[in-house]
Design a protein around this ligand. Structure first.
Ligand code: NAD
Length: 456
């Protein structure tokens, strides 16, 4: 069956329809109008999968997708046009251009935490670049996966754009087919499986993975702003965000003050009984619920800690007195539990982060420019913010991606277009002049080559 899916796409791609920029624009506009017409169904699907508040669905799933489409539509003519570059002396006279060529058939594999956006958004880049695209949303968000399949498969030619639903086995079946590009969002563990399968066929791959993303707060920081923005970035989608602050590193002199403020904002955002708040999501499934509750060491709970398995509810929880030896520091948390670590000197912070796998994001709260620059340069991480969390994702001019264990390859905006395009370099020449220097026999030519190279 997957053979048929991929061969249908290859046949369609070879017809050349996607080379036409107007065709690509039409298809992107079509996606936007389908999403607009089905916003209520999308709110319902995300509510069913994650109890995601409609505001968060609009902000983090729909708006981000609409903006991506609008940005592509405004810029695609320029991105897709052959780019003229300088010639070189040894090839004078020549015209030199870089052409952007679609790869062919691409596969986008999505994660469950932002199940619409993380599958659709990379696919928009693939479409903009002129590829035929197969999307495989996460089976762990079945309502969104089903709705996306319905919306796409009812409205697009399967050879151009299609959704294949299924689990690991389905993905494996797709990966065994000849694909031209694979874009994966998910865990580092599965990322290795994807890359191994891609290596078999030398298929290029992008891995958007996760990791433990720190928020660092020094003594010069505006503490209320730090606490408020960290509480927002951590507890949106109940902490199930790849770039949410995984843990906090705070100057020990301000720890108490920071924790009190954090507590205050949690109550301000979600009320005294968070379980009753309409603005707070739930954990995706029982496995993740059980994994997360094991991190809550009652002796270290500073705030929260309540759970309800029937509702897959975990209260926003702050843990204090935490060190790198605690269980909660051994893997990406990916839930509403925030451990707070303290430091005396920032050097300790750099050393400990750099001796662990590279984070996807890092957040610095400081009013000292030197400290900000020093941390940016001395720690390896995907990207981040100064005095905010998560917000860097909202700027399409900023390429988004990880490094090391948090993945490789960047997307969003132009970065997506470039990622899904092969840069084909072309030198255009005339038959005349044909300078004889390069041709054998080389007798005496070396002296001229030396003279010429000295002119450079
Ligand atoms: P996951 O790795 O379990 O699953 C991701 C996708 O891979 C799903 O579509 C799933 O069906 C498929 N899959 C699972 N096992 C497979 C296997 N053995 N073979 C082939 N395919 C398989 O990830 P997840 O639980 O959906 O997402 C959570 C992780 O993703 C976290 O680590 C998070 O940080 C990361 N993430 C990263 C980003 C980013 O943009 N960098 C965004 C969201 C999530």
């Amino acid at each position: 069956m997957m053979e048929k899916v991929v061969s249908t796409q290859r046949t369609f791609f070879r017809k050349g329809k996607t080379r036409n920029i107007s065709f690509r624009k039409e298809q992107l506009k079509n996606i936007k109008s389908i999403l607009k017409d089905n916003e209520d169904a999308i709110f319902q699907a995300l509510d069913a999968d994650l109890h995601k508040p409609a505001f968060e669905t609009y902000e983090t799933e729909l708006l981000i997708t609409y903006q991506e489409i609008d940005h592509i539509l405004s810029n695609i003519d320029q991105w897709a046009a052959p780019q003229k570059v300088n010639g070189s002396l040894f090839n004078f006279p020549s015209q030199n251009h870089i052409y952007q060529q679609p790869y062919g058939v691409t596969l986008v594999i999505g994660a469950w935490n932002y199940p619409l956006q993380l599958t659709l958004n990379p696919a928009l880049g693939s479409m903009a670049a002129g590829n035929a695209t197969i999307m495989k949303p996460s089976e762990l968000a079945p309502n969104t996966s089903g709705l996306l399949a319905e919306l796409i498969n009812d409205n697009f030619e399967p050879g151009y754009l299609t959704v294949v639903e299924g689990d690991a086995e389905t993905t494996q079946a797709l990966l065994s087919q000849p694909l031209d590009y694979i874009f994966f969002t998910g865990s580092s563990r599965v990322g290795k499986i994807i890359m191994t399968a891609a290596a078999e066929q030398l298929t290029p791959v992008t891995l958007e993975l996760g990791g433990k993303s720190p928020a660092i707060i020094d003594a010069s920081a505006d503490l209320p702003v730090a606490a408020k923005r960290i509480a927002w970035g951590k507890f949106i989608n109940a902490g199930q965000t790849c770039v949410s602050p995984d843990y906090v590193y705070v100057d020990q002199s301000i720890e108490d003050q920071f924790c009190e403020l954090l507590q205050q904002y949690i109550t301000e955002f979600y009320g005294d009984d968070v379980q009753q708040s309409p603005d707070y999501a739930r954990i995706i499934n029982n496995d993740h619920f059980n994994r997360l509750t094991n991190f809550i060491d009652p002796e270290k709970v500073y705030h929260g800690g309540a759970t309800d398995s029937a509702d897959r509810y975990i209260e926003p929880t702050i843990l204090s007195g935490i060190s790198w030896d605690d269980d909660v520091m051994q893997e990406e948390i990916f839930g509403p539990i925030l451990p707070v670590l303290t430091f005396e000197h920032l050097d300790e912070v750099c050393n400990s982060i750099n001796t662990h796998p590279d984070p996807l994001a890092l957040y610095i709260f400081s009013s000292n420019r030197e400290t900000q620059d020093n941390l940016i340069q001395s720690i390896s991480f995907g990207g981040g913010c100064i005095n905010d969390t998560v917000a860097h994702l909202g700027n399409l001019e900023l390429p988004f991606g990880g490094v090391g264990n948090s993945g490789f390859g960047n997307y969003h905006g132009k970065a997506s277009f470039d990622l899904f395009s092969h840069s084909k370099s072309i030198m255009r020449k005339k038959s005349w002049p044909d300078i004889p220097l390069r041709y054998p026999p080389y007798d005496g030519n070396l002296k001229w080559l030396r003279k010429l190279s000295n002119l450079l």
